[in-house]
Write a protein that binds this ligand. Structure first.
Ligand code: ADP
Ligand code: MG
Length: 696
C-alpha cells in the first residue's frame, strides 16, 4: 500500500500502543507522516576521535580503545561503576550510575566507545556511553551520519526514543526506495535544482554524506516554504480580486494638512503615500503592511492616508493596541489637524469611555459626521456601526493577536481597505511569512536632523554615575524616562520593584518632580501622570513598559532601562525610540546586573552597536529564532515550520516565493491540470493564512 495511506500502527516495530502515542504526540497517522519527522541533528559516525582531540561537550564522539580498569562505589541506588578507558595514548573515565549490574566489561578487548563527553575537574569523561565490542560493530554503525529525532516525555516513557524512531523509519526505507509521488512538479524541481521527494526523504534520514543530507534538507525546506508562499500568494490574489472602494481624489483636506505641516515629508514618506494611494485608486481592496523604524513618521503617513479617504467621502479608523497609545494618537492627530478647523471630525473610543459618552460617538459614526475614529479593541464592538467605513489602519498589529476576529463590516458588500503598521521593523523573512499576503511599503529613511541616540550599557553598581548624568541632563532642561520590566506572572513583584525604584529616585532627586505610570493604575490617573510629564511639569517618568509604544515627548532625552537583561531586543529598540525625537543629543542607558549570560551580552552589544531597527530585528531573529520573536509569539506564528528556519534560510525563502509567485501569477486559482497537485497538497496541509478582512 502507498506509504501515504498505510496506517502507522501496521508498520514494523510500531503496534497499537506506540501508534497511539505517535498520533497524539506528533500527529503521525501514516507511514508517510512518520517519514516527515525529520531529524533535528546528525552525528558523524564515520569519524573516529582520539581522546586528546575532544574539545567540547557538545559533540558526540566515537573512540576505539580498551577498558583497562574498573571498580564500583556505593551501594543500592547510589551504586556507581567507574571504568578507565584507554585509546592507546591517553585515558579517560567512564561512569555508569544506572543499570550498573547490566554493564559487562572485559579487559584486553577492543571496544568502540560512543557518547557525549562531559567535563569534570578539567578532564573529559563519559556518562553512560555506548560501549560495543569491536567484533560486534557492524559496518552500518560506523557509516555516515546518524539521525537524531525529537521525542517527548510521553514517548520516552514507552521507550519510544530517538533510537526507536530511527528503527521504525529505517524499516520504511525499502518501500520508500520504490518511490513516492512528488509534491512538486518536475518543472519546478528542475528549475530550482531540487532533489525528488523520494531521494530527499531517503537522504534526510539516512544520508550518504553531508552533501546529500544538505541537498535533501534544502529540498524539504524549499517545499515547506513553497506551500506556505503558495497559500499566502493565492490568498493575496483572491483578496486583490475583491472589489474595493475607489478613492481617486486628492482633496482639500489632504492638501490643507500637507501645506500646514511645519516640515517637509521625507522622500520615503512621499513614496509610501504614493504606493498606498495607487491601491486606494485601483478599485480593489488594499491589503498593505507599512513598515518603518521607530520615529520614521508612520503616524503622519497614517493620518494623510485617512485624509485621502475622507476627501473621497469615506470614514476611517485607526486601531491602537493600548489606551495610552490610542490617546496619544488622538492628541497627535488633533494637533496636526488643528489648521483644518472643522473640516475633519476625529473621535476617540476606548474602554474607558463611559456608556453615556459613547452614544454621540455611535451616532456620529452611523450618520457619518465622524470622519476618523481612533480607538482600541472597543472599536470592534457590535454597537459600533458605520455609515461608510472605507479604510482601516491597524497600528502595531501584532498586539491584537491573530485570532482577533471582529465584525466591523460584515454588513458591507465591499470590504474596507486595510493598512497594517508594525511597531518596529521585522526581518524580511519574517515579514514575508507572517505578512506574506500583504503588499509591503517601507519607510527606510528618518526625518532629517535626527541625532542618533547614543546607547551605553552600565552594570547596576555604577548607579551613582548614572544619577549624576541624569542630574546634568535635567539641569540642561531635559526630561528622563526610567523603565522597569513588566512580567505578567509576577505583577506584584514588578510593582514592588517599580515602587522601590520610584522611592529611590525621589530620594536621589529631591529637587525634581517625578511621575509614575503602570498598567494597574486607573486610566484617569495614568493620563494625569502622563500629562504632567508631557507638559514638562515632572522631569522624570518612572514607568513599566506601558510607555513602550508610541509615546512622544520630544524634550525627553534620556531613556534608562532597568534590568535591561529582562527585555527582548525589539522591545529595547522600541523603548530607545522614545528618545531622540527632539533636537538634542539623546541617550539610552541599559542597566543590567554584572553577571550576564552570553545571550544577554550579545543583546546589549547589538543595542550599543546599532540604531538601525532593521538590523536589530535581524539580530533578534538570529539570536532567538522565529518562534520566540516578540509579537509572533503573542500572535502565534501562523505557520509551524518543521525544517526551514527563517533566521538562516532567507535565500531558500526567496526562491520558494519566486516559484510560488510564478505559479499563482499564471493560474491564481490553481485550476490548470498541472497545478492540481498543488491544490490537493494545500488542501491536505490546510495552511491557514491570516484573513485580514476577517480581522475586520
Ligand atoms: P513612528 O510612529 O514611525 O515611530 P512618529 O510618527 O511617531 O514615528 O514620528 C516621530 C516624530 O517625527 C513625530 O514627532 C512626528 O511629528 C515627526 N515627523 C514625522 N515626519 C516628519 C518629517 N518628515 N520631518 C520631521 N519630523 C517628522
Ligand atoms: Mg508610532
Amino acid at each position: 500500500m502507498e506509504l501515504a495511506y498505510r496506517d502507522i500502527a501496521y508498520c514494523k516495530n510500531v503496534g497499537a500502543k506506540r501508534a497511539d502515542i505517535l498520533r497524539s504526540e506528533l500527529g503521525v497517522r501514516t507511514a508517510m507522516d512518520m517519514l516527515r519527522q525529520y531529524p533535528y541533528k546528525y552525528i558523524d559516525r564515520s569519524r573516529f576521535y582520539r581522546i586528546a582531540e575532544i574539545v567540547d561537550e557538545d559533540t558526540y564522539v566515537q573512540i576505539i580503545g580498551e577498558v583497562t580498569d574498573w571498580h564500583t562505589t556505593g551501594i543500592g541506588k547510589a551504586q556507581r561503576l567507574i571504568a578507565t578507558f584507554n585509546d592507546g595514548v591517553h585515558q579517560c573515565e567512564l561512569v555508569w550510575f544506572r543499570g550498573v549490574q547490566y554493564v559487562k566489561l572485559q579487559k584486553h578487548v577492543k571496544y568502540l566507545l560512543f557518547g557525549k563527553p562531559s567535563r569534570f575537574n578539567h578532564e573529559y569523561n563519559f556518562v553512560h556511553p555506548d560501549l560495543t565490542p569491536w567484533d560486534k560493530v557492524t559496518p552500518e554503525m560506523t557509516q555516515g551520519l546518524e539521525p537524531y529525532y525529537n521525542t517527548t516525555e510521553k514517548m520516552k516513557r514507552i521507550n519510544l526514543n530517538s533510537k526507536a524512531m530511527r528503527t521504525i523509519i529505517a524499516d520504511l526505507m525499502p518501500d520508500l526506495k520504490a518511490g513516492v509521488p512528488d509534491t512538486i512538479g518536475v518543472d519546478v524541481l528542475q528549475k530550482y535544482r531540487l532533489m525528488s521527494l523520494t531521494d530527499s526523504l531517503i537522504n534526510v534520514h539516512f544520508p550518504r554524506d553531508t552533501r546529500s543530507m544538505q541537498n535533501a534538507r534544502a529540498r524539504l525546506k524549499f517545499e515547506e516554504l513553497f506551500f506556505i508562499q503558495l497559500q499566502l500568494l493565492r490568498q493575496m490574489k483572491k483578496r486583490e480580486s475583491n472589489p474595493g472602494f475607489v478613492m481617486p481624489t486628492v482633496g482639500s483636506r489632504f492638501h490643507g494638512l500637507y501645506k500646514a505641516l511645519p516640515f517637509e515629508l521625507t522622500n520615503a514618506q512621499k513614496r509610501v503615500i504614493r504606493e498606498i494611494h495607487e491601491d486606494l485608486k485601483s478599485g480593489h481592496q488594499m491589503n498593505r503592511l507599512l513598515q518603518g523604524d521607530v520615529g520614521s513618521g508612520k503616524t503622519l503617513v497614517a493620518l494623510l492616508c485617512c485624509l485621502l479617504a475622507v476627501d473621497n467621502g469615506y470614514q476611517t479608523c485607526i486601531m491602537a493596541p493600548t489606551e495610552i497609545l490610542a490617546n496619544q494618537h488622538y492628541e497627535t492627530l488633533k494637533t496636526f489637524l488643528a489648521p483644518l478647523g472643522d473640516a475633519v471630525h476625529v473621535a476617540l473610543l476606548t474602554g474607558s469611555v463611559s456608556a453615556k459618552n459613547r452614544v454621540p460617538i455611535h451616532n456620529g459614526l452611523m450618520n457619518g459626521t465622524i470622519n476618523i475614529l481612533i480607538g482600541t479593541h472597543a472599536l470592534l464592538e457590535d454597537a459600533v456601526q458605520w455609515q461608510n467605513l472605507g479604510l482601516v489602519i491597524i497600528d502595531e498589529q501584532h498586539r491584537f493577536g491573530v485570532a482577533q476576529r471582529a465584525k466591523l463590516w460584515t454588513k458591507n458588500e465591499t470590504p474596507p481597505h486595510i493598512l497594517v503598521m508594525t511597531a518596529t521593523p521585522i526581518p524580511r523573512t519574517l515579514a514575508m511569512t507572517i505578512y506574506g499576503d500583504l503588499r509591503v511599503s517601507v519607510i527606510d529613511e528618518l526625518p532629517p536632523g535626527r541625532k542618533p541616540v547614543q546607547t551605553i550599557h552600565y552594570p547596576l553598581q555604577r548607579r551613582a554615575q548614572v544619577y549624576s548624568f541624569v542630574r546634568k541632563q535635567i539641569e540642561a532642561g531635559r526630561q528622563v524616562y526610567v523603565v522597569y520590566p513588566l512580567i505578567k506572572e509576577s505583577e506584584k513583584l514588578d510593582l514592588e520593584d517599580l515602587q522601590n525604584g520610584f522611592n529611590e529616585l525621589c530620594e536621589a532627586f529631591p529637587e525634581y518632580k517625578i511621575s509614575m505610570v503602570h498598567g494597574q493604575m486607573k486610566a484617569a490617573d495614568k493620563d494625569l501622570q502622563m500629562q504632567r510629564f508631557i507638559s514638562g511639569e515632572t522631569q522624570i517618568l518612572v514607568a513599566t513598559t506601558v510607555i513602550e509604544v508610541g509615546v512622544n515627548v520630544p524634550n525627553a532625552s534620556v531613556m534608562i532601562i532597568q534590568n535591561a537583561e529582562r527585555f527582548g531586543l525589539s522591545q529595547l529598540h522600541q523603548l530607545r525610540g522614545r528618545v531622540g525625537r527632539g533636537a538634542d543629543q539623546s541617550y539610552c542607558l541599559l542597566l543590567t546586573r554584572t553577571e550576564l549570560t552570553k545571550d544577554t551580552r550579545q543583546r546589549m552589544d547589538v543595542m550599543v552597536e546599532t540604531n538601525d531597527g532593521f538590523r536589530v530585528a535581524e539580530m533578534d531573529l538570529k539570536l532567538r529564532g522565529a518562534g520566540d520573536i516578540e509579537g509572533t509569539q503573542q500572535s502565534g506564528t501562523p505557520f509551524d515550520l518543521h525544517i526551514a528556519n527563517l533566521a538562516t534560510d532567507g535565500r531558500l525563502l526567496e526562491l520558494a516565493r519566486a516559484a510560488a509567485r510564478e505559479i499563482v501569477d499564471a493560474d491564481p486559482l490553481l485550476e490548470d491540470e498541472m497545478n492540481r497537485i498543488y491544490k490537493r497538497r494545500l488542501d491536505t496541509l490546510r495552511i491557514e493564512a491570516h484573513n485580514w478582512s476577517d480581522i475586520s
